[in-house]
Design a protein around this ligand. Structure first.
Ligand code: FMN
Length: 287
């Protein structure tokens, strides 16, 4: 492993490691106004949701690593504690990037990036019309994390209103991740397009899995089964009973004559098909 003491490398280098390692990060495309009413729009990927009751978003405009200046967004929320956090989809990623240009205070990035201002219902900063989800927020607190270049400033926001485009809803009224086509930020110039690599992992909430520690050693130490395979096997509440295994062995007599390696490959195939029960049966029928 390459081991780094953060105090021993220059801040820009550390920034590179941190933003490449912690990702993909969602993007808050935040609109704000100053006390004169000038509109500002900028993206922030030091961002996430931190609670639903109350609904809280936090993003962090940092002090510049180059000259320790503050971002217009930070200055604005200190003047007018309101912001719309707009989510970013693939079709607006280039315009969002353009809006991250360090234009002078007072320059409206909606205009520069060719995006549409639509009025908010509860606060003064406008929403981004092209954004699939727009969240009107009041700023509860701004927490500086330091006074040197590169220091973050947590902008802690409570969501007052959420606007969701009908075009991204599924038939139950929830957000469809494929339709949303969200983008996220990684290190250097890299982005990720979420719906290009979607997969699902059922949450272990309805049941308590037996755990990988309960899997017999000859399966757990397999040279074929991966950590993901073992994770699926360990997520069952109980192993199939002897009757089930016998019935399986009768239905598929060829499985009993498989070598251990072949058995593990067969189990892996069942796991790929999300048939955890059969994976267990083939592993146990061999015993
Ligand atoms: C996708 C993306 C994510 C960004 N995330 C952050 C961030 O989390 N914090 C930050 O200080 N700057 C971030 N930036 C850079 C700011 O958007 C940039 O400094 C911008 O000029 C700030 O605008 P403002 O001065 O109008 O607030 C990001 C830029 C891009 C393109």
């Amino acid at each position: 492993m390459k081991t780094i003491d953060p105090t021993q490398i220059p801040v820009p280098e550390l920034f590179g490691y941190l933003t490449s390692a912690v990702g993909p990060r969602p993007i808050a495309f935040a609109s704000t106004i100053d006390r004169e009413g000038n509109v500002n729009l900028a993206p922030f990927s030091f961002f996430n949701v931190f609670g639903a009751n109350p609904p809280i978003l936090v993003f962090s405009p940092s002090r510049s690593g180059r000259d320790n200046t503050t971002k217009n967004t930070l200055d604005n929320v200190l003047e007018v504690p309101e912001t719309v956090v707009n989510m970013v989809d693939y079709k607006m990623v280039q315009q969002m990037s353009l809006a991250s240009t360090a234009y002078a205070k007072g320059v409206n990035e909606f205009v520069k990036a060719g995006l549409t201002e639509i009025p908010s219902e509860t606060i003064q900063p406008p929403r981004v019309g092209e954004s699939p989800v727009q969240m009107e927020c009041k700023v509860l607190e701004v927490k500086p994390l330091g006074d040197q270049g590169g220091a973050g400033n947590l902008v802690i926001c409570e969501i007052l209103k959420i606007h969701i485009s009908e075009t991204i809803l599924d038939d139950k009224g929830g957000i469809d991740p494929i339709k949303m086509d969200q983008v996220a930020r990684m290190g250097a110039n890299w982005y990720s397009r979420a719906n290009q690599g979607l997969f699902d992992v059922p949450k272990p909430i309805a049941q308590k899995g037996i755990g990988i520690d309960q899997i017999p050693n000859h399966i757990r130490n397999s040279a074929i089964l991966t950590g993901n395979d073992l994770g699926m096997l360990g997520n069952v509440e109980a192993l199939p009973c002897t009757d089930e295994i016998d019935a399986f062995a009768k239905a598929y007599p060829e499985t009993i004559t498989l070598s251990r390696q072949e058995t593990h490959l067969k189990a892996q195939q069942f796991l790929k098909e999300k048939n955890v029960n059969n994976a267990w049966k083939v592993l146990l029928a061999k015993l």
